[in-house]
Design a protein around this ligand. Sequence first.
Ligand SMILES: NC(=O)c1ccc[n+]([C@@H]2O[C@H](COP(=O)([O-])OP(=O)(O)OC[C@H]3O[C@@H](n4cnc5c(N)ncnc54)[C@H](O)[C@@H]3O)[C@@H](O)[C@H]2O)c1
Length: 368
Amino acid sequence: MNQPLTVLLIGAGTRTRKLYAPWLSGLPPYGEMGVRALAVLDRDTAAARDVARDLPGPAVAAGPGDLDRILDHGRPGLVVVATPDAHHREYTEQALAAGCAVLVEKPLATTAEDAFALVRAEQASAGRLLAGHNLRFTNVHTQVRTLLAGGHIGTVTGAEFHYTLNPSHSRSYFTRWHRTRAASGGLEVTKASHHLDLLAWWLGARPISVTGLLEQRHYRGGQDGIPADADIHDSLHALIQYDSGATAHYALTPNAPAEGYTCTLRGTQGVCTVRYDARSGPHLVHLHTASGGDGARRHIAREHGSHAGADRRMLMALPRALAPGSPPYFATAAEAALAVATGTTLYGSSRQGRRLPVPQPTVPGESR
Ligand SMILES: NC(=O)c1ccc[n+]([C@@H]2O[C@H](COP(=O)([O-])OP(=O)(O)OC[C@H]3O[C@@H](n4cnc5c(N)ncnc54)[C@H](O)[C@@H]3O)[C@@H](O)[C@H]2O)c1
């Protein structure tokens, strides 16, 4: 029988309690996946103990000072980094330096500088970096990727992607740690990185420039119960150019009645519209092609489980992704770094009032 994959969990907060702990416990919908918790590390050792206590097997609770020892002696098969975003770099770098495979939550980091440092850290490591852009794994998103890659609307030339957050979700970003740009990179990084990664993945292209506008429409630090140190914006608009020649309009709007998005993808031979219902589904994919008239309208059921089934699919894909070769569906370090760089360029562009180039990570063997 294969040895179980031993996992070090870093960050014992909401994401770990809702996803990684049930996964390591083999609870439904995950079931037995051949994984075992080695240790749970958090700067709040009581939180680490709470999570470790409920895990099967001898998982130990640890604090940041224990990391070197766990990496040296425990030799985890996988390190999961699920701390607030600004701490992703330090833990991921240490784990990669020890030669470990790392699954780091999105966003890869909060600045392009940190994200690109992680691309280099992976290149210098015997380990592997997988970015947890779970939205790629949602049933509707993999189907759209297959449609587009199969040329069903020809070459994709443009997209309009508008995500709306419901009021309670919107407000939570302004009351939790995400509320400072130092901790989260702003919504243009911590939230939009999901969508910016999805767009680039669907388009099969790299973002090269952004014209952005950030607004403060609903939430301000020090008002209506929002802590005074909140310095992020709540409404985002961007025009993104890609190296394929495609362009995308992107918007994120808070306090909407429903949570989800509409995305229209325009190609040389048709149009594909996606309506994603984050709460209940079904999702809708409407394919309108030059050859097939007002073609197919597909209703795709929202899968059970967190993030419309994406989290379970992502964890099921892990063993294959950790094997040598390219990671199926997982965002690579460079792709995740570009999602961060697109978000930070959106911010820079809004501040400077002009279009800015998206900085690019250096990937060996690629000429730009
Ligand atoms: N992919 C998704 O859909 C998704 C959903 C939710 C959260 N996330 C990501 O997961 C990560 C964790 O988010 P969360 O909602 O669980 O946050 P959280 O605040 O609930 O938990 C964070 C945990 O990290 C600990 N922590 C803080 N600083 C630390 C440090 N320097 N060293 C060690 N531990 C530290 C805290 O004590 C806390 O237990 C974030 O990167 C977030 O963006 C991703």
